[in-house]
Design a protein around this ligand. Structure first.
Ligand code: GAF
Length: 386
């Protein structure tokens, strides 16, 4: 995204002066879905698409915000206890509130922002906003003293308290910590992570967007999390002597022991999560061994689990996955929270054109429109642009 695009609008919609410009990306996730809020592993990376904001303190206590994409303007006081109604503005409000809780004296500012992360595509446009606003608040009002992890947690708290999505920390983590050309394996329990350079020779990562829009806030996403927590509670009751906090601390034996206490549906969800934990570790080993066929096999297994056990797929995503299989694509699966959005595909260079063309044709024949295609470029995390 071009700075001039945001700057021209910032100048036009405010007092003609310029401010500082910040950028934060959306993310992909190679594997490890719905594991973050279960204390498991995830394997994300930042993408080149993101949110760019120009921000300037305005000497008042008012935030004057302009969404370039929605052509909407909202004002609120930094001490307003309720905050604005418009969802897009609540992301700014939430970050302001969370920074205040961190002890930062946030003053009023003018902000205009735009994004090129497709909305509802499972690429974390929300986290891109949160971390971009967090990066700006940190620079303008906190001398950059707020740690990256605190920005990640402020973003997650914004989702929980002001948006209504009880998400984990993967998306905000990827947006803040991302590095060019590198994926990251994060242990969501200990928060330890490692960078993995990712440039598989002879393969590409490509996203196919079904254009079925997902909306995680107030959605079955939170129900999935509740299912997992019910299973954890049952294991805790069986084993008060152990410290069981999340499904990460549960074994297959634990699941077996509570299978008659929890519902079949909750059990099915927990089964997926335990399997997914192993698959992320399997992908790490396979990547280190350069075994992309194994990586792909595990991606298909994840898709199957997300579709049949965790039940966060939809007909369109399953169809894209079937097409990938038919075309001989190495690995393919739903990416992100699910209920719509994209599949992520690991495809051999030699098959790429055939796969993308076939997917476009077949999908359009069935659903009346082509899927959108995004070649993945693993980009840099949150930063000040100028
Ligand atoms: C969404 C959430 F925001 C993440 O925290 C994560 O749970 C993901 O869905 C599923 O892996 O993107």
């Amino acid at each position: 995204m071009e700075v001039e695009f945001v700057r021209n609008r910032f100048i036009k919609h405010f007092d003609g002066q310029t401010g500082n410009v910040y950028f934060s990306p959306g993310r992909i996730n190679l594997i490890g879905e719905h594991t973050d809020y279960n204390g498991g592993f995830v394997f994300p990376g930042a993408v080149s698409q993101g949110v760019m904001a120009e921000v300037r303190p305005n000497g008042t206590n008012k935030v004057m915000a302009y969404s370039i994409d929605l052509k909407d303007r909202v004002e609120f006081d930094v001490d307003d206890p309720q905050g604005p109604k418009a969802t897009w503005a609540r992301f700014i409000y939430g970050m302001v509130k969370e920074f205040q809780l961190l002890g930062v004296d946030v003053k009023g500012f003018n902000i205009a922002f735009a994004g090129d992360v497709p909305l509802g595509a499972g690429m974390s446009s929300s986290a891109a906003m949160e971390s971009c606003f967090g990066c700006a608040l940190n620079d303008l009002f906190a001398d950059n003293k707020i740690s990256k992890w605190d920005i990640v947690l402020a973003g997650q708290a914004t989702e929980h308290k002001y948006i209504g999505c009880n998400c984990g920390i993967m998306d905000q983590f990827a947006s803040v910590f991302g590095e060019e050309g590198k994926l990251m394996r994060l242990d969501c329990n200990s928060r330890e992570f490692e960078y993995f350079p990712f440039a598989p020779k002879g393969y590409k990562l490509v996203l196919l967007n079904s254009c079925v829009k997902h909306e995680l806030a107030g959605s079955p996403y939170n129900d999935r999390r509740n299912s997992c927590e019910r299973v954890v509670k049952a294991v805790q009751e069986k084993h008060p002597e152990r410290s069981v906090k999340t499904l990460r601390d549960c074994t297959w034996q634990d699941l077996e022991e509570v299978k008659d206490i929890v519902s079949a549906e909750d059990m099915q969800r927990a089964t997926f999560v335990l399997g997914e934990k192993d698959r992320v570790l399997g992908v790490c080993d396979a990547l280190m061994a350069g075994d992309y066929e194994k990586v792909g096999e595990l991606m298909y297994a994840t898709h199957h689990g997300l579709s049949k056990d965790y039940e966060v797929s939809c007909e369109e995503l399953d169809y894209l996955n079937d097409i990938a299989k038919e075309c001989g694509v190495t690995g393919s699966r739903i990416m992100g929270g699910g209920f719509g959005g994209c599949t992520i595909n690991l495809v051999k260079d030699s098959l790429y054109n055939d796969f993308v063309e076939t997917a476009k044709q077949k999908f359009a024949a069935k659903y009346g429109h082509e899927p959108k295609v995004y070649d993945v470029v693993i980009g840099r995390g949150s930063h000040k642009v100028c």
